[in-house]
Design a protein around this ligand. Structure first.
Ligand SMILES: C[S@@+](CC[C@H](N)C(=O)[O-])C[C@H]1O[C@@H](n2cnc3c(N)ncnc32)[C@H](O)[C@@H]1O
Length: 299
């Protein structure tokens, strides 16, 4: 990705190439960039990040969705398809499973990983503006996507709109960054490379929406009446500190943030993150706590 800063309407603007097209972002540059999962990110994301922190929660989410034997499921912010792979085999032979994400490159990657399955329909869609009729699904599920919604109440209301009466919205969000050790280590280490303008993507977005009272309030404002929230800790494992550091620095939009400052420092940032994880969690294979909230909303 190449980018340059410009000026329009008095707000900072960023134009960059994503998969051959020019995208213009205005307003808070980094917040806009936070939701861009494109270029080399989908591959790094799926091969490094997914086994590191997403697989265990995907298995949990899939089990919760499948428990009611739904006839129709909508997945939003599906990314590279870790939940899809866990859930498809548990759904009924005649189930309808619509899998969506804002970023087409993530969906393209997901489709290549999924075996042929006529029940699955892949579709690019913004979770805040779903191209589906009211009351079309028994379950809407979303793994670690809500933190990226620019307006969570609107996103939740949209999930509720497409749910049939009695349907359930099942999703998860990360807990605070201090409860997610590698993410915290990486954020602190990368800050040493850019001390005057530290990249804060991980703290700001994936780990920026963890207040249970706020989540409940947002869901109530979206119309949900019945809300259950469970906090769930897991262990994140990687073959080496470098694998974990590369996953965070190069397989998430943290990469966009580093490259926007100085693309030539991506490797140094990854090296610093590697050293930080190794010094705290040891040489060789590493393990660190991760923690998330799992939410089931209905009514
Ligand atoms: C952390 S990834 C999670 C992906 C996947 N659910 C998983 O568990 O690996 C966040 C995903 O949210 C997607 N996303 C961001 N904003 C979105 C929006 N407004 N609507 C739908 N998807 C969105 C991104 O494209 C990205 O794939």
């Amino acid at each position: 990705m190449r980018g340059y800063y410009g000026q329009r309407t008095g707000l900072p603007a960023l134009q960059c190439w994503v998969n051959g097209a020019v995208h213009t972002f205005e307003g808070d540059l980094m917040d806009e960039n936070d939701k861009v999962f494109a270029g080399s990110i989908p591959k790094f994301y799926d091969t490094l990040m997914v086994p590191l922190i997403f697989q265990a929660y995907a298995d949990d989410l899939a089990q919760r969705v499948a428990a009611s034997s739904p006839g129709s499921v909508l997945e939003t912010a599906a990314g590279s398809g870790v939940v899809t792979r866990a859930l498809a085999s548990q759904l009924k032979p005649d189930a309808r499973y619509v899998v969506t994400d804002l970023n087409q490159p993530m969906l393209d990657y997901a489709a290549t990983r999924q075996g042929s399955d006529s029940r699955i329909e892949w579709r690019q869609a913004d979770a805040l503006d779903l191209p589906f009729d009211d009351a079309s699904f028994d379950v809407v599920c979303c793994q670690f996507g809500a933190m990226f919604f620019p307006n969570r109440v609107a996103g939740y209301a949209e999930a509720r709109r497409v749910l049939r009466p009695g349907g359930r919205f099942i999703f998860n969000v990360w807990d605070r960054i201090e409860e997610n050790y590698f993410a915290d280590d990486v954020t602190q280490a990368v800050a040493t490379v850019f001390p005057h303008d530290p990249p804060r993507f991980l703290a700001r977005t994936p780990h920026g929406y963890h207040d249970i009272a706020l989540i409940r309030e947002d869901l109530r404002r979206a119309g949900f009446a019945d809300i259950g929230i469970e906090t769930r800790a897991e262990l994140s494992r990687a073959p080496s500190a470098r694998d974990a550091a590369t996953a965070y620095c190069q397989g998430t939009p943290l990469r966009n943030e580093i490259e926007a400052r100085d693309a030539s420092l991506l490797q140094l940032a990854t090296d610093r993150a590697t050293q930080a994880i190794a010094s705290r969690h040891g040489e060789g294979s590493v393990a660190g706590k991760i923690q998330a909230h799992v939410i089931v909303a209905a009514g």
